[in-house]
Design a protein around this ligand. Structure first.
Ligand SMILES: [Zn+2]
Length: 322
């Protein structure tokens, strides 16, 4: 992948320099074979510190040694930290899997396809584009070393809120804003060379995970022939992680669970299918769908009204259906 990117870049540069086409530049580079660059100086080994550095270390506390960035699974400060806490603190992908493990309702029968990579990709994009969602590194390390998974979740809350607002938005909004934004991020990550190569293992691993997520996203958008011979893109459930993200927020901040039957102030019964969060406290509003008496083989039952997107009502106007 990297070698290929280097070749592409070299070809682009050659094409621009010589005023020839990109294809011609690729051919000329291929004819030349690999360039043998003379090494100016022999490679040098640098020792790495044995205890992960504090965040923002500039190397002064350990002259002659290279820094090592702390990350949750590299928690030598407290070997008793549980795996679950490390997993919940590891961004982007492992936290998504951790939340699904802890808060996803287990399917009654069959199995549900795991699509937590979508949440992981959204995490990676948010951490990249919205610095205010990045958890404080000092407090995150303290929470992991204290093996306090609730504190980890609390530190991640701005990130989780941003993710659930994006993924749980009404479908129209997702297709006009959220999805194009994710596609733009994935395209940028896969086509842009980093300014300088990373040497820090934690950073290299993080970047390669983000690259994989971006590639996974772009691959899901390629049309492929299905078993019936038709071209189609992979069916991705963008909403997959919304129920368990909502459930996690709800357990600490309160509110009605998804699927609750409520009565609106005008007396109509309704079904909760979305929660809208403010900065703190319980949900400020609910997205609901009106419940109407069933007519076709479900007489005597209240069923969600078909058609439309339902409605958004303030939280105080949603009372539990008695
Ligand atoms: Zn250091």
């Amino acid at each position: 992948m990297t070698a290929d990117k280097h070749t592409k870049r070299a070809a682009r540069e050659l094409a621009a320099r010589e005023g020839i086409s990109y294809t011609a530049a690729r051919r000329r580079l291929a004819d030349q074979g690999p360039a043998d660059e003379a090494l100016d100086e022999p490679p040098r080994l640098y020792p790495i510190v044995t205890t992960p550095c504090t965040h923002g270390c500039d190397g002064t506390p350990h002259p002659g040694y290279v820094c090592e960035t702390w990350h949750p699974f590299n928690n030598r400060g407290n070997p008793l930290t549980s795996w679950a806490t490390c997993q919940a603190a590891s961004l982007p992908g492992r936290r998504a899997i951790s939340l699904a493990d802890r808060f996803q309702e287990k399917p009654q029968y069959g199995y549900s396809q795991d699509q937590s990579w979508v949440l992981a990709a959204v995490y990676a994009m948010l951490l990249d584009e919205e610095p205010e969602t990045v958890p404080d590194p000092h407090r995150l390390r303290a929470a992991v070393e204290a093996d306090d998974i609730a504190a980890v979740d609390a530190l991640m809350q701005p990130l989780d809120l941003a993710a659930v607002r994006l993924l749980g938005a009404p479908i129209e909004e997702w297709h006009t804003t959220g999805f194009p934004r994710l596609r733009a991020w994935a395209t940028r990550v896969t086509t842009t060379e980093p300014d300088e190569p990373a040497w820090d293992m934690a950073l290299i691993e993080y970047n390669s995970r983000c690259l994989k997520l971006a590639e996974r996203f772009l691959k899901s958008q390629e049309e492929r022939r299905n078993y019936n011979g038709y071209m189609e893109t992979e069916p991705v459930s963008w909403w997959f992680s919304v129920p368990f993200l909502t459930e996690m927020l709800r357990q600490t901040r309160g509110g009605h669970p998804l699927g609750t039957r409520v009565r609106l102030t005008d007396g109509r019964p309704a079904l909760v299918y979305g929660l809208e969060w403010g900065q703190a406290g319980p949900p400020v509003a609910y997205r609901v769908r009106e419940l109407v008496p069933g007519k076709y083989g479900n007489e005597g039952k209240l069923v969600p009204k078909l058609g439309g997107d339902g409605e958004t009502v303030p939280a105080e106007e949603c009372l539990l259906l008695d």
